[in-house]
Write a protein that binds this ligand. Structure first.
Ligand code: NDP
Length: 284
């Protein structure tokens, strides 16, 4: 069996087209959606991510503002900027690009963002709402994964889902969403004793680890849906996922590539959350 490849670029393009229409409707009513992105320091990967997010905003008609601070910025300066953006009616989403330099307490910064503008879904209030099954904002990467599964018409009810990774950004919210969709979910992490035992039982396997090609074809159940969240740079400069695509695609029924799988969906869901936030603000 050779798996069908889930094309995140194609699905993103389709979703962004409908988001562009929604943004234009809101703008016509005087509520143009707005996203502010805060970047601290000169991390090259973060700079690329921020550039891509701003470009994506422009393409769908979302107003964007970019605030850059040098790496040695005192945290209070960034907190003051967040407070100003919380009060700014032009801004419906505030994103703080992670990681932050060492002098920052990341939790303090994320909690400073108004939960009503927390389009990344990282604020404790929004995490709590998601855990209760009543989400306000769903973090963008797991949200994108759910959209990809939904677009393929994959039913999760009663399926064995295995999530590898338990980070606050991907693994945990992914787990909550899969539970919400009535999958039976196992979460694996660095202390899991026999990873392959678990992954081989997965009808739906989500890898979010950050280790190049660590999930090989022999760890995949025949016919499984394999979602590769990992983005890793190889010594030759190429990107690869946490899944060994070549061997896994011979076993899986559906698989996401890296690049061109989950990555573009993450930015699309950021746009969706920002537009949704503007919609809510307009309704107030
Ligand atoms: P983190 O480093 O925060 O978390 C990694 C998780 O993997 C941890 O829970 C860790 O376990 C677990 N882990 C580490 N080693 C193993 C192992 N040998 N076996 C099983 N589990 C292991 O990473 P993120 O969640 O932030 O990101 C994961 C990957 O996804 C990265 O490659 C990142 O670049 C990518 N990413 C991609 C996005 C996209 O848009 N496609 C968005 C966000 C991230 P423990 O908790 O025990 O340490």
């Amino acid at each position: 069996m050779t798996a069908k490849i889930l094309d995140g670029n194609a699905l993103s393009a389709k979703l962004r087209e409908s988001l562009r229409h929604r943004a234009a409707e809101l703008a016509a009513q005087g509520h143009r959606p707005g996203l502010a992105v805060i970047l601290v320091g000169e991390n090259p990967a973060s700079q690329v991510y921020v550039r891509n997010k701003i470009k994506a905003c422009e393409a769908v008609g979302v107003h964007s503002e970019r605030y850059e601070f040098p790496a040695d910025t005192p945290p209070q300066k960034v907190l003051d900027r967040i407070a100003a953006l919380n009060a700014d009616p032009k801004i419906h989403g505030i994103l703080v690009q992670l990681p932050l330099p060492a002098q920052f307490d990341e939790d303090e910064v994320l909690e400073a963002v108004s939960p009503e503008k927390d389009v990344d879904g990282f604020h404790a209030e929004n995490v709590g709402l998601l855990a209760q099954g009543n989400p306000r904002f769903i973090s963008c990467t797991p949200y994108g994964v759910m959209e990809m599964l939904g677009a393929e018409g994959i039913s999760l009810r009663g399926k064995e889902a295995v999530v590898v990774g338990r980070s606050n950004i991907v693994g945990k919210p992914m787990t909550l969403l899969l539970i919400g969709a009535s999958a039976t979910v196992t979460v694996c992490h660095s202390q899991t004793k026999d990873l392959a035992f678990h992954t081989r039982r997965a009808d739906i396997l989500v890898a979010a680890v950050g280790k190049p090609k660590m999930i090989t074809g022999d760890m995949v159940k025949p016919g499984a849906v394999v979602i590769d969240v990992g983005i890793n740079r190889l010594p030759d400069g190429k990107l690869c996922g946490d899944v060994d695509f070549e061997s896994a695609k011979e076993v899986a029924s559906l698989i996401t590539p890296v690049p061109g799988g989950v990555g573009p969906m993450t930015i699309t869901m950021l746009l969706a959350n920002t537009i949704e936030s503007a919609d809510r603000a307009a309704g107030k």
